[in-house]
Design a protein around this ligand. Structure first.
Ligand SMILES: Nc1nc2c(ncn2[C@@H]2O[C@H](COP(=O)(O)OP(=O)(O)O)[C@@H](O)[C@H]2O)c(=O)[nH]1
Ligand SMILES: Nc1ncnc2c1ncn2[C@@H]1O[C@H](COP(=O)(O)OP(=O)(O)O)[C@@H](O)[C@H]1O
Length: 365
């Protein structure tokens, strides 16, 4: 059975309030329009203790300059939808009792809440592709991006290694200094990072968000350590490991690519053995793909990603642009009503969304 939206909204002159009840606590969001830059304050009423608490707020905060509606997703987080802004920017989560919030509360000894950006879409789980150097990950990803440019977006990693001849900064990698990446990692800007073949590689939260903000499915080309970190994170993804048909063929491809010195090739081949061993770690990879014949492997990859050849590329968003408000919640699904369409057609368009994945925003509060 569905659950009615328990949020309520009060609008007084220059100030809008939303209140959401989760367990014994009522979370009150107040937005003041007094100055040109509106801001949201959060207060928590503890019904048992009959006390008000102003929590420490972490994470990148939404501006929430327009009216908003809110509903609890579960005991751990509240979904907030900002009306009248482009859809990709309108979904936010306030984490109130996730493992990250619990940990921060323990460290800080105060009530903590964390903002994180919501991403809309069904069946749009990011795709993590791993495999030894030279197996053909880049080749397969490039084919996918060429054939489906509006469906997929590449997560541009940061790396301390030097660019190869044809690599472009910001397209293939963000080439960076060791001290800079270390600073950014310590500030919580990275979803994952690892030391690979003697360099640091990492996926920034921004790299993934800039793809999902465009409504595209994110592809991550990361090593096995990175895949393990993403598995342990709150990002729900599909994990694919690409294997060579043989070790000899891997070596041949790596040499034929001609981008590494002999010493680097030797290091990559040594690491390849360890990566191939780890590909069998229970629960790590969802699919193993053998890249023998490139076209066959590409067709298998497309099958895994449910890409129908006849369909071609389409720029379909799972939800049309417009103004939305939350109607109700059924299990983990949120029912949204399009206000725009209702006004235009006299009929309301309803959409169901799943709170797909969350980032624990870097602690800046
Ligand atoms: N953990 C992690 N690994 C990455 C990232 N970006 C690239 N890698 C991995 O680093 C390894 C080396 O990549 P690269 O230097 O481009 O060489 P290539 O694999 O031979 O093309 C590969 O296994 C990539 O999958 C990242 O952001 N995080
Ligand atoms: N199935 C395949 N058969 C033969 N050569 C391939 C195949 N897939 C990729 N290659 C070639 O192997 C080399 C390494 O591929 P690349 O995509 O750079 O690997 P990775 O990104 O995994 O390091 C490239 O020169 C590429 O053209």
């Amino acid at each position: 059975m569905g659950e009615e939206a328990v949020e309520f909204r009060v609008e007084t002159k220059g100030c809008q309030q939303n209140a959401v009840v989760v367990g014994d606590k009522t979370y009150v969001f107040s937005r003041s329009d007094d100055d040109s830059k509106s801001s949201v304050t959060i207060k928590i009423l503890d019904k048992q203790a009959q006390t008000w608490v102003v929590p420490t707020v972490l994470g990148k905060q939404p501006s929430l300059s327009k009216s908003m509606s809110a509903i609890p997703v579960n005991d751990e987080k509240i979904l907030i939808v900002e009306n009248g802004v482009p859809l990709i920017h309108s979904f936010w989560f306030l984490e109130i009792d996730t493992p990250f919030v619990k940990e921060q509360q323990k460290i800080k000894g105060v009530e903590v809440v964390v903002w994180s950006k919501g991403v809309v879409g069904v069946g749009q789980k990011p795709v993590v592709i791993s495999g030894p150097s030279g197996v053909g990950k880049g080749t397969l990803i490039a084919k996918l991006m060429k054939d489906y440019p509006s469906k997929f977006g590449f997560s541009v990693s940061h790396t301390t290694r030097s660019p190869r001849e044809k690599e472009i900064d910001g397209i293939h990698y963000h080439f960076t200094e060791q001290s800079k990446i270390e600073k950014d990692i310590s500030e919580g800007k990275f979803l994952e990072f690892a030391h690979v073949h003697g360099n640091v590689y990492g996926t920034s939260i921004e790299a993934v968000e800039s793809v999902t903000d465009e409504g595209k499915r994110c592809i991550l080309d990361i090593d096995v350590q990175g895949a393990r970190s993403v598995r342990a994170s709150s990002l729900e993804a599909i994990f694919i490991f690409v294997c060579p048909p043989s070790f000899e063929e891997l070596e041949k491809r790596l040499r034929a690519r001609g981008t590494e010195t002999e010493e680097q090739i030797q290091k990559r081949l040594r690491n390849a053995r360890a990566e191939l061993d780890q590909s069998n770690s229970p629960g790590l990879f969802d699919h193993l793909l053998v890249n023998d014949d490139l076209e066959t492997c590409y067709e298998n990859l497309k099958k895994l990603l449910s890409l129908d050849d006849d369909e071609g590329d389409s720029n379909e968003l799972s939800i049309k642009e417009g103004n939305y408000s939350i109607v109700s919640k059924v299990n983990s699904k949120i029912l949204l009503q399009s206000e725009t369409n209702e006004a235009a057609n006299g009929t309301a368009s309803m959409y169901v969304i799943f709170p797909l994945f969350l980032y624990e925003g870097p602690a800046i509060g």
